[in-house]
Design a protein around this ligand. Structure first.
Ligand SMILES: NC(=O)c1ccc[n+]([C@@H]2O[C@H](COP(=O)([O-])OP(=O)(O)OC[C@H]3O[C@@H](n4cnc5c(N)ncnc54)[C@H](OP(=O)(O)O)[C@@H]3O)[C@@H](O)[C@H]2O)c1
Length: 242
C-alpha cells in the first residue's frame, strides 16, 4: 500500500462526526490536514489532535453555504498550501421534512451546502489537484442512491452529488486524478442524533455504523497504487434494526 506521508488534504466538515474521524485517520498517515467548517474552536481541536496523531493540522473557518466565503477559502488554501493531494467533500446540511410542507428554504440551504459548495471548491482547487495527480472524495449517503420518505430534499442533493462525482471522474481520470463516492448508512454522529430526535426514536449510537470504520475504509482506498481506482464505497452497520 502506498502511504500518504507528506500529502496535504483539505477536509470539509472536519470539526465533527465522519469528517473529524477521516481528518484524524489521514493525520495518522502523516498527512497535513486543512480542516474546514464553521466552528473555529472545533477545528482548532481537530488540528491539535491531528498533530498528536502524527500529521499536521490547520483550521480554516468558513461557511460553505456562502459563495464569498468559499472563494476566500480557496484563496487562502492557494496561499498556504504548496500542494493539495486530497480533497474531501464531507460537510453537509440535512433538514428532515416531507415534500408536502417542508420549507423551500430548507431545500435551498441543502443545495448550497451539499452541491453548490463542492462544485465551487472543486473548481477552485482542481488545478492544484491535477498537478499532484490527486484524489477527490465525495461523502455521499445511502440517501444518494435510494430516497425514502421525509428526506426528499436532502436525498435530491445527494443524488446530484453522485452525478457531479461521476461526471468529474470521467473528466479528470485522464489527468491521473481519482474520484470516489462514499455511501454510508446511518452513522453515529451529531447529525444522526438529530435525525433520531426528529424521528422520535431513542438514539443508540452503538448500533450504528462508526465514523472511524468509514474513515479506515476511505484511507484504504486512498492508499491504493495508481493502477487502481475505487469509484464507489457502500458501507453500512452490521447490526440490524430491532
Ligand atoms: N451520520 C449519518 O448517518 C450519515 C449517513 C450518510 C452520510 N452522511 C454524510 O456524512 C457527512 C458528514 O456528516 P456527519 O454525519 O459526520 O455529521 P456532522 O457531525 O453533523 O458533520 C457535518 C459537518 O458539516 C459541517 N457543515 C455543515 N454545514 C456547513 C457549512 N455551511 N459550512 C461549513 N461546514 C458545514 C459541520 O461543521 P460546522 O458545524 O462546524 O460548520 C459538521 O462538522 C455528510 O456529508 C453527511 O451527509 C452521514
Amino acid at each position: 500500500m502506498k502511504r500518504l506521508t507528506d500529502h496535504v488534504a483539505v477536509v470539509t466538515g472536519a470539526g465533527s462526526g465522519i469528517g473529524k474521524a477521516l481528518a484524524l485517520a489521514l493525520a495518522g498517515q502523516g498527512v497535513t490536514v486543512a480542516a474546514v467548517g464553521r466552528r473555529a474552536a472545533a477545528l482548532e481541536e481537530v488540528a491539535a489532535l491531528a498533530a498528536a496523531a502524527g500529521g499536521k493540522g490547520r483550521a480554516y473557518a468558513a461557511d460553505l453555504a456562502c459563495e464569498d466565503e468559499i472563494r476566500a477559502l480557496v484563496t487562502m488554501l492557494h496561499r498556504d498550501c504548496e500542494r493539495i493531494d486530497i480533497l474531501v467533500h464531507n460537510a453537509a446540511a440535512m433538514r428532515m421534512g416531507r415534500i408536502a410542507d417542508a420549507p423551500v428554504e430548507d431545500l435551498d440551504l441543502q443545495y448550497r451546502t451539499n452541491v453548490r459548495a463542492p462544485y465551487l471548491l472543486t473548481q477552485g482547487l482542481l488545478p492544484m489537484l491535477r498537478q499532484r495527480r490527486g484524489q477527490i472524495v465525495f461523502m455521499n449517503s445511502s440517501a444518494g442512491l435510494t430516497a425514502g420518505a421525509g428526506v426528499g430534499p436532502y436525498a435530491a442533493t445527494k443524488h446530484a452529488l453522485k452525478a457531479l462525482a461521476d461526471s468529474l471522474r470521467e473528466e479528470v481520470n485522464r489527468d491521473g486524478v481519482r474520484v470516489v463516492s462514499v455511501f454510508p448508512g446511518r452513522t453515529a454522529t451529531p447529525l444522526q442524533e438529530q435525525v433520531h430526535a426528529w424521528e422520535r426514536r431513542p438514539y443508540r449510537p452503538e448500533r450504528l455504523l462508526q465514523a472511524e470504520d468509514i474513515a479506515a475504509t476511505v484511507v484504504n482506498a486512498l492508499c491504493l497504487p495508481p493502477t487502481a481506482e475505487v469509484t464507489d464505497i457502500k458501507i453500512r452497520s452490521m447490526t440490524k434494526p430491532e
